[in-house]
Design a protein around this ligand. Structure first.
Ligand SMILES: [Zn+2]
Length: 360
């Protein structure tokens, strides 16, 4: 088993328990005693941003609202997970056009003992130029003037501003003032226990979105109310700009929504495989399947796409294999993505240094 994967799970668990014991907050969030050998991604919570009286960002012509796009994408992702991964329970924080306070969204995820929380949003800015997809995790913003993308207002400022739709928000969010280190520390500690995993999923999402028309804006960390109280790896996705004409027409098309949902689904599948790899590697110490993209006499050729890869020397040649893994279904799913860059790629079975074409 890769010791890093085991340690990641182990240290994560210890840090959560420690943080909660230290602060006497065992009652605040459910902490599961997880046996690393049986770690499974059983439940994912999809959180379509905004809803009801809170429309989120609105297109210039007033015809398209962030709340509707976010719900459409979330439903599509749910359907794809239900179909591709029937064993996984998918919970939506809302499945209709209703208003839900930010804290309640985290509460839904905690109550359902989710293993992953994905908050889905659409970006917006006054200028029509900026476009693309970005993944965000909770953390201290590196950009002190809060101008994350060289824009006027940071994504977190805009997304946090929705609390003003909540009745007693000034009381409820009093403890969450990001500028007040004393009040922020408890919740930062809880979510920081999942920092590596949140970052891992955000990175997978960033790579996965390359299969869509949306430009990659990368991963950033910032203070998001909605991610603060979740006790699991949590990521907020901004799926394009409603203020950019190209992104908007893509988001208005069925194809656009489907491709974005597919990218989120693929990112999810990849994360699931990694999340469960502790169990997988107990039974098998090496990946059994993969996708061969090419063979070469050179050992370190560059490959197109950010795929996890493994190079196996067979005779005089090096076989370049991407998405090496134990889960046949996951490898086959990833193949769809790889074929865009490598139409001639094929599935292989790996047994030590033997690589054979897989026809099952
Ligand atoms: Zn939003």
């Amino acid at each position: 088993m890769p010791p890093t994967a085991f340690l990641l799970h182990f240290t994560m668990k210890i840090r959560v328990v420690f943080a909660l014991l230290l602060l006497g907050l065992g009652h605040l969030v459910p902490v599961r005693a997880v046996d690393p050998v049986s770690l499974k991604l059983e439940t994912v919570v999809l959180d379509p941003g905004h809803g009801g009286k809170d429309a989120g960002a609105v297109s210039k012509d007033n015809k398209t609202k962030e709340k509707d796009l976010a719900l459409k994408i979330a439903r599509k992702v749910r359907d794809k997970i239900n179909e591709g991964c029937p064993g996984v329970k998918v919970v939506l924080t809302r499945d209709k056009d209703v208003f839900i306070p930010l804290l309640d969204r985290a509460e839904i995820a905690n109550r359902n003992k989710a293993n992953l929380f994905i908050s889905i949003h659409i970006n917006s800015i006054k200028k029509p130029g900026p476009s693309g997809f970005s993944a965000h995790i909770l953390g201290e913003s590196k950009n002190k003037n809060n101008d994350v993308f060289g824009l006027n207002m940071s994504v977190s400022q805009r997304e946090n501003a929705v609390v003003q739709f909540e009745d007693d928000y000034s009381v409820k969010y009093q403890g969450f003032d990001p500028s007040d280190p004393a009040s922020a520390i408890v919740f930062n500690l809880i979510q920081s226990a999942y920092y590596e995993q949140s970052l891992l999923f955000a990175g997978m999402m960033d790579a996965s979105i390359a299969g869509t028309k949306l430009v990659r804006r990368g991963v950033s960390q910032d203070n998001f109310y909605v991610l603060w109280r979740t006790a699991m790896p949590s990521v907020l996705l901004e799926c394009g700009f409603i203020s950019n004409p190209d992104d908007l027409s893509y988001l208005r098309s069925e194809k656009g929504i489907d491709e974005i949902a597919q990218a989120i689904y693929e990112g999810f599948m990849q994360f699931k495989a990694q999340y469960e790899s502790v169990e997988g590697t107990v039974q098998a110490s090496a990946p059994r399947y993969g996708i061969q993209v090419f063979a070469s006499s050179e050992p370190d050729k560059k490959i197109k796409g950010d795929y996890p890869k493994k190079v196996i020397k067979v005779g005089r040649y090096y076989k370049y294999i991407v998405y090496p893994g134990d889960d046949w279904a996951v490898v086959r799913e990833n193949w769809k993505k790889v074929k865009k860059n490598y139409p001639d790629s094929f599935l292989v079975e790996i047994d030590g240094d033997k690589v054979t074409i897989c026809r099952k």
